[in-house]
Design a protein around this ligand. Sequence first.
Ligand SMILES: Nc1ncnc2c1ncn2[C@@H]1O[C@H](COP(=O)(O)OP(=O)(O)OP(=O)(O)O)[C@@H](O)[C@H]1O
Length: 873
Amino acid sequence: MDESRGQRLLRRVTAGIPPREEPVTHVADLPGRAARYAEWPSWADPAVVAALRDCGVSAPWAHQAEAASHAYEGRHVVISTGTASGKSLAYQLPVLSRLAAGEKAKASVRGFRVAEPSARGEAPVVTALYLSPTKALGADQLRAVSSLDVPGVRAASFDGDTPMAERDWVRAHANWVFTNPDMLHRGILSAHGRWATFFRRLSCVVVDECHSYRGVFGSHVALLLRRLRRVAEHYGASPVFVLASATTASPASFASRLTGVPCVAVTEDASPRGARTVALWEPPLLEELTGENGAPVRRSAGAETSRILADLVLEGARSLAFIRSRRGAELAALGARRILSEVDPVLSETVAAYRSGYLPEERRALEAALLSGRLLGVATTNALELGVDIAGLDAVVLAGYPGTLASFWQQAGRAGRSGDSALVVFVARDDPLDTYLVHHPEALLSRPVETAVLDPANPYVLAPQLACAVAELPLTLPELEVFGGSAAQEVLAELTEQKLVRRRSSGWYWTSRDRPHAEVGIRGTGGEQIAVVESDSGRMLGTVDPGSACFAVHPGAVYLHQGSSYVVDELELDQGLALVHAENPDWTTTPREIVDISVLSIQEKQDYGGVSVCLGEVAVTSQVVGYLRRRPSGEVLDHTPLDLPEQSLRTRAVWYTVSAALLGPAVAAAGRARASSAASAGCGVADDSGDSAGSDGSGDSDVSDGEVGTGGHRVGTESAGPVGTGEETQANGRGPVREGGRTPGGAGLVPARVPGALHAAEHAAIGLLPLFATCDRWDIGGVSTAWHEDTGEATVFVHDGHPGGAGFAERGYAAIVPWLAATREAIVSCECPTGCPSCVQSPKCGNGNEPLDKAGAVAVLGTVLGALRQHGT
Ligand SMILES: Nc1ncnc2c1ncn2[C@@H]1O[C@H](COP(=O)(O)OP(=O)(O)OP(=O)(O)O)[C@@H](O)[C@H]1O
């Protein structure tokens, strides 16, 4: 069979790599597909069809026509198809047709029935609202609509950048308003009276890139859309919702949860797609470098990506590399340029970086240069992921898993639309999730894209949102259903008690003259924001959630803003201020936290013979105690202690307990001694916004709660059997676990090994939860302890990092078996001997990644999974 272009590119980028450093763990060839067209719908306005034809769209693809017809006929619809599958046209066609028809009707106002013309017939008859998660995407979409130049359509943006002078014009005259959730919340719903005419005519709401509304932000947006519907209804309108999403599992149920109205889904993608060769790539371990506690370090994904990008450019392939941080994108571009300049200085000019913070004109110029081939290699953050019309590239390199499968396919989808085969390379970073993925291609390439998690019933989100709703319009009892029924009633009772709202027989009323909107940030859950200010100039660079301030802007932290780098000099929590100066050091910082956790209530509990799994509410107390400085290579420079106050967080967690008997006979014996002496409490030493390994479980701990790194908890040297041998392998979440050499049904651990085993199991579990819960590992934390005073047993907690939770713990609870099976597999797959960042080390462990017992973690997880499978799930 002939070699395809994608395969040839892969052969070129791997040429010359010695066999012992072979980085490619898997190659898949994904076939291409031809386009399927439909007729223009009979209802489509001829002027709109003509404008689209002029832009090169001769006919709609089948999925576009189907989604557009649902919307035009008044059915709420979500279109969930691949990258560059023309989702924009699916909403442009019905919205523009409605707007154009309304304008024509208005033009003949005397002769025809018109919905409700203004006295002089000037106001639009129908209006539409477009919402995007970012201003940049909104601006791109507005530009696309404006360029169609359909008669009677007055599209305008209304966001933080809209000059005051223009705002009145937009309110009075625009019939399609492009905005974002933040502005809808603060600037439109809070002053809906000024938008009365617009709301009265509101016929359609477009929610673009809706899969990005997840977690706390997603929960806020879900309630915001309910507020929007209520206000529209107040003015007599009931708009149809059209949502566009990357491909995702159960789009209809997600869209219905987000909007609160039943949505139909269009998922069959009829756009053409080129074939792609996908390679999974694990950078080799470095011999000359070691990381924390002497652990081996892999070549960094960024350095590897620079090299691959340079090779691709040498092949003349138009390529895009996605890097997670802006700084990383700059460094990857620089690295590729440096390599190319040694070959041919002219070639180094064909590589550039691209990230947010660039002006729209700069972005347009970069996009055009890449499409024309003047630029061959671009290293970018996910700024290029959403809504940018770049497709049909020869190659895409992803440096690290972008957090969700939706993002993975969105980024990978930039390659290969031109009909020719293209190359996608996924380069694993040094962490458990990436390691798992490169060794389990089916988890990356064959799984349906996860549905986004959100929880509009979170009281920490519901309370401020209900306050805004009541302030907008008094809330009546029947309306409560829209906001979550009894959960909303409980929250309202609290607001009434705080005298923020007043209860009357007709409903709930806002008591103050001031509106709550300005106080409610919809992208997080914390009260007053901390302002990040440049000392020299007094310029405010941005804000940070108070809950994460100690973490993100502690003294000494490197803070990145729009690609520029700053170092924090002071953090004044009382004054809500972090003072920084511009500096571009050659290292990054990672904070270290210690954490303690207590159980407030148990919502769900399942027992599996010595193992129990719970979901419930917890109180997490955390304290940032220092930070590490690391070089981009992963090398740790030093650790600096910090003295910062404790933070507390009420949130939700999933946890499992393991009985002493299952951990091992020696642990059971020591546990009896502990019970009789009642000697000590479990302590929490943390990581990832807190995970912890605590007392050694032997009953002789004198560690006070929350102390870091107190001695005596070393990983035992005896081994529970080799890690990563064939006997340990198991199917992903299925099939029996064979625990070679251990007591059947038990982990066979001695007490001294329990803390390290649990700690390692917990780190890896935090790393793998994002595979099941659409969250980032930084959105969650964990605590592990050989004995926890609330459970009375060895316990591993994984908790949401936001007040009230964002639904991640629930997902962990629901997916406990596949999640823990994947966790175990990730550890087993890693070839390092005793633990490294690819498996059980965590980048922000409060206890300096001590103790960690990799083999013990495999034993504990095997035991837990054995119990879960034997006794239930
Ligand atoms: N029916 C069609 N025939 C030909 N080209 C089309 C058709 N529909 C859309 N296009 C073109 O396909 C490209 C991608 O469209 P669009 O940006 O709307 O896709 P998308 O699915 O929204 O992309 P993203 O995944 O980036 O959100 C655009 O250049 C658009 O003009």
